[in-house]
Design a protein around this ligand. Structure first.
Ligand SMILES: [Zn+2]
Length: 204
């Protein structure tokens, strides 16, 4: 692998995936210097277009923006960071996740079909077979002791709302499987990044 910047001979440290409208628009490898440059440049771009959905009180509507894999970390040390960006705004939530969550999310973006049943698809089928429909996903809290983000699946069944607590990364994947919106508690959102916030990311 090589840094995607022309004529750069430095060994890449990161893999990046840029996402728009829930599709991958670019991906590649970068050395640390170019990754930081790209990130600052990309951050100054306009926000994701506003949609018409009304966010539940105390939350903001957010969508997939950028994924960065730090190759200098051991795969068991949650090397991937997902940036969820506020729709119609500039705040974001960055979540560190493990390699398994990263590959599951990436498979969803590519709409890859797997040779065997996949956990999240089986989970989604279970919800449907029991007469449920996912309404949305709310990332609602950070467990400060463990630095894990929690989410709630809001499921409509027999005209009633049921909630299921999950890891945020599972909630993200299921929002893609069902094509539903993600909302994030306002208190978890932080302002526009000016640089890569790798050390400050909490886990899923
Ligand atoms: Zn480079």
């Amino acid at each position: 692998m090589k840094c995607t910047e022309l004529n750069c001979e430095v060994k890449p440290k990161f893999h990046f995936t840029r996402i728009e409208s829930r599709g991958i628009v670019s991906e590649g490898y970068m050395c640390e210097e170019h990754m930081r440059y790209y990130f600052r440049k990309y951050r100054s771009m306009k926000s994701i277009e506003e949609n018409k959905l009304t966010a539940p009180i105390g939350t903001v509507c957010a969508d997939f923006d950028l994924m960065i894999w730090d190759y200098s970390l051991d795969p068991k040390d949650t090397p991937c960071i997902l940036y969820m960006r506020e729709v119609g705004g500039t705040r974001y939530l960055c979540t560190r996740m493990d390699a398994w969550a990263w590959s599951t999310l990436t498979a969803q973006f590519y709409q890859r079909t797997e040779p065997r049943p996949v956990s999240h698809e089986g989970w989604a089928d279970s919800i449907r077979i029991l007469g449920g429909q996912l309404q949305d996903v709310i990332v609602d809290k950070l467990d400060e002791a463990d630095n894990w983000f929690h989410a709630v699946l809001r499921i409509i069944q027999n005209s009633q709302m049921k909630t299921v607590n999950v890891r945020a990364s599972d909630g993200y994947v299921l929002s893609l499987v069902f094509g539903k919106q993600v909302y994030i508690d306002e208190k978890l959102m932080v302002n526009l990044l000016i640089d890569l916030d790798i050390d400050g990311a909490n886990s899923d």
